[in-house]
Design a protein around this ligand. Structure first.
Ligand SMILES: *Cc1c(COP(=O)(O)O)cnc(C)c1O
Length: 397
């Protein structure tokens, strides 16, 4: 279908929750995607930090093909091997001892919220239900996760919200200490806020937070839906931040493009769930687990993490150079291959200009350009991004 017809039909039959850019992507390879007219784009969006291994990675394609020939789905009423193998791999490489699988980031966080509440109920009684989250956070679009999200624009029009959430500014330990009470069940945050404009949690803050949580027997929940699976240069961001959580959620990059989410926890916390306490029909099905296993193997065995760390440094350095040269660049922030560039001007026209020059980037919080390429991105490709970005920004100085 021609792109113009796709646009018209999209407006006719899809609910208007998105305002897509006017291209139709039909295929991809590595860090490039191609539109219907055959134009090539360098992909610094990666399906919003999802296509960790780029497009059409041979190992991922083979794993999906192989699994599809045997079994797509059987439900959690029976054992399936890919699910157990994936859980084992995640447990082997993280603080966690138990995993619950679902299909998205919101669902993973929904599971984390339910688990934290149930744990607190069982251990401290029904008055411990409150979850403290951060202003400018993003945790998803279900009722509980949009309530957890510390942004009014995500919540507006959906009131009444779920009771039992309160918000504090990120990196402000005194405010967090004030918010803690005998009602607090958990503190939940992203190690690096993604949708909220790319803000990194300080190491000293996290250390203090971990200690406060320990003192008050409050659970620490890391939403690593965006930062997990190598995005920040280590498999999980918490590894380089000096603290580990009690619960962690994953999704986005986990399946390399196949929908899958996970909620991980320590043994003690996970024991709050019992048969029937939580469930998901599709959660952990053989297809998505085979895909995630392939992603994990490539990340761990294929030197992708090592390479992505170097590329993250290289990208950050290039963005800082642009900041030094151009006064419309206000700030550069990030960790690994999750980088943000805050402008003094609107970001969307910059995104459009980049698109016209064959470069996909994304803008969040109106003025923050976000760069989340596949983890296999090369130095040459980063040079091309910096070059294009420089041309587009110079025009606007
Ligand atoms: C994207 C995102 C979510 C929501 O994930 P979905 O798969 O869209 O439900 C939750 N938390 C964070 C940190 C995210 O970046």
């Amino acid at each position: 279908m021609p792109t113009e017809d796709l646009r018209r039909e999209t407006e006719r039959v899809l609910m208007p929750t998105y305002a897509p850019s006017p291209i139709s992507i039909v295929r991809g390879r590595g860090s490039r995607v191609y539109d219907l007219e055959g134009r090539e784009y360098l992909d610094f969006v990666a399906g919003i930090a999802v296509n960790t291994l780029g497009h059409a990675h041979p190992d991922l394609v083979a794993a999906i093909q192989k699994q599809a020939q045997h079994l797509l789905h059987a439900s959690n009423l029976y054992y399936t091997e890919p699910q157990v193998k994936l859980a084992k791999a995640l447990v082997d490489h993280s603080f966690a001892k138990k995993v619950f699988f679902c299909n998205s980031g919101a669902e993973a966080n929904e599971a984390a919220i339910k688990l934290a509440r149930r744990y607190a109920h069982q251990k401290h009684g029904p008055d411990r239900y409150e979850i403290i989250t951060m202003l400018n956070s993003f945790h998803g679009r279900t009722m509980a996760t949009l309530t957890a999200t510390g942004q009014e624009k995500v919540q507006k029009g959906f009131e009444p919200l779920v009771p039992g959430f309160r918000y504090v500014p990120l990196n402000d330990l005194p405010e967090l200490e004030k918010a803690l009470s005998s009602k607090t069940a958990a503190v939940m945050l992203e190690p690096v806020q993604g949708e909220g404009g790319v803000h990194v949690a300080d190491r000293t803050y996290l250390k203090g937070l971990r200690e406060l949580c320990r003192q008050h027997d409050v659970l620490l929940v890391f939403d690593e839906v965006q930062t997990g699976m190598g995005r920040t240069g280590t498999l999980f961001a918490y590894e380089q931040l000096g603290v580990h959580p009690d619960i962690m959620t994953l999704a986005k990059g986990l399946g390399g493009g196949v929908p899958i989410g996970a909620c991980l926890a320590t043994d003690e916390v996970a024991a709050a769930f019992s048969p029937g306490a939580h469930a998901s029909t599709f959660g952990g099905n053989p297809l998505s687990c085979a895909a995630a296993l392939a992603v994990l193997r490539v990340l761990l065995e294929g030197r992708v993490l090592e390479q992505s760390r170097r590329m993250g440094d290289y990208l950050a350095k290039g963005l800082f150079d642009l900041k030094d040269r151009l006064h419309i660049v206000k700030d550069v922030r990030g960790l690994g291959l999750l980088q943000g560039m805050e402008l003094t001007i609107e970001g969307n026209p910059v995104v459009d200009d980049c698109l016209a020059r064959g470069l996909l980037i994304n803008c969040t919080m109106e003025r923050v350009l976000r760069f989340v390429p596949p983890l296999i991105i090369t130095q040459h490709e980063i040079d091309r991004l910096l070059d294009t970005l420089s041309q587009v920004l110079i025009k606007r100085v």
